[in-house]
Design a protein around this ligand. Structure first.
Ligand code: PMP
Length: 405
């Protein structure tokens, strides 16, 4: 008889993946589906703003235009017309020449992070990450077992710290989890250190469209363009973009901009994982972009998210200010709340929050060492203002119970 219980033991080799699972991410997904919970944990857009009708129309147009081509396997580098479109758009945004050979279309920016891990990280390799760090990147790289160094943004940062690193990872616009907008001077200084160290710089920019009260800075890709002579792109920046925040995450369309040799390496890694992205969703994405739908839709998202951000921060001012400090984020989806009271451990508080049927993401998830328990990430994009107010009231109740324990 084969029993389920001894299955992993008899067939070793995959159990390490089970132990590498980040249970908290699974918990968030489960909580997100429970109507009695208010989840301010996920990094999800507002589902009621998803433009379903426009996507249906784009799908019809895409099939009429491309026929079987939209239903086949495609080139691993991506749907050629969309590659061209993204090359031109990013080139325009960054004020430099970017060709289709500098573009790899991916299954969201998440796949780009995974491919970068495959191509650039061998076990033990040092990488330098903005801290706290997007949990999806830590997840993507966990099984590659890098050794982490934390990025120091200070002007007198030790320039040796980047030496020998495989890459530096940063989310300079409205970072996940902190919502922080990195100032232009700090971006420039980092670029110079990266050039001096001869390493790569991963600039992950999913929140670029979500600007409320502080304009996004020039991308580091653009800053490099200002220093470099014209010609084929051969800089150190590997820039990541996505349609997840400006249209819908379900399209799973993202892109990497990099020197063509790096694009080829990433494409080889991609081929061994999925042969090609869905041609159908790429063709739909192209229709949505070419028709100007994204540009029309983003202001609606911005209006709602600004209102939600303000509702969350106002509720927090009246209910949480005794225990937490935060800055109003100029863009993105998150408020980063830092404890004022050193008695608060956000991992422990999380358990009390679950009892009150509310969830946030404890800071430890964004720490390669899992030790950051002085802060938490609170999402405002997913829920309506009245739900956020109730969520904050529950969080305040959870904090009171926790501190009285
Ligand atoms: N990078 C960051 C910083 C993110 O916050 C996210 C999404 N939450 C991603 C990458 C992945 O986005 P995508 O949906 O394009 O895979």
């Amino acid at each position: 008889m084969v029993s389920g219980a001894d299955f992993p033991a008899r067939r070793p080799g995959f159990a390490r993946w089970l132990s590498a699972s980040n249970d908290i991410t699974q918990q968030f997904l489960a909580i997100g589906g429970r109507p009695d919970f208010i989840s301010m944990a996920g990094g999800l857009p507002a589902a009621e703003l998803y433009p379903a009708a426009a996507i249906a129309e784009a799908a019809q147009k895409a099939l009429a235009r491309w026929g079987a081509t939209a239903l086949e396997y495609g080139p691993v580098e991506g749907f050629p017309a969309l590659r061209q479109f993204i090359a031109e758009r990013v080139g325009r945004q960054a004020g430099r020449s970017i060709g289709p050979e500098n573009v790899l279309l991916t299954v969201g920016a998440m796949q780009a992070l995974d491919l970068i891990g495959k191509v650039l990280i061998d076990p033990g390799d040092p990488i330098v990450v903005q801290f706290p760090t997007y949990v999806g990147a830590l997840d993507a790289w966990r099984m590659r077992a890098p050794s982490y160094r934390l990025l120091d943004w200070s002007p007198d940062a030790d320039s040796q710290a980047l030496r020998g690193a495989q890459f530096v990872y940063t989310v300079p616009n409205y970072s996940n989890p902190t919502g922080v907008l990195v100032p232009t001077a700090a971006r420039q200084a980092l670029l110079e250190r990266v050039l001096a160290a001869g390493t790569w710089l991963i600039e992950d920019d999913p929140y670029l469209p979500l600007q409320y009260s502080g304009a996004a800075g020039p991308s580091i890709l653009e800053l490099h363009g200002r220093m470099a002579p014209e010609g084929p792109y051969d800089g150190p920046v590997i820039y990541l973009g996505t349609l997840s925040k400006s249209i819908v995450p379900g399209l799973r369309v993202g892109w990497v901009i990099a020197p063509s040799a790096m694009i080829q390496a990433l494409a080889i890694a991609k081929q061994s994982s999925d042969l090609s992205s869905s041609m159908l969703t790429q063709a739909i994405a192209l229709e949505l972009l070419e028709s100007g739908h994204e540009e029309q839709h983003v202001p609606t998202i911005i209006r709602h998210y600004t209102e939600r951000r303000d509702a969350l921060c106002a509720a927090a001012r009246s209910e949480l200010a005794e225990w937490f400090d935060w800055e109003i984020p100029p863009g993105g989806m998150f408020v980063w709340m830092r404890r004022r009271d050193p008695a608060i451990d956000t991992d422990a508080l999380y358990q009390y929050a679950l009892r009150e049927k509310v969830a946030f993401v404890p800071g430890s998830v964004f720490d390669p060492a899992g030790k950051l328990t002085s802060a938490m990430r609170v999402n405002f994009s997913r829920n309506a203002p009245s739900v956020l107010q109730e969520g904050v009231a529950r969080l305040a109740a959870a904090t009171r119970h926790y501190l009285r324990k």
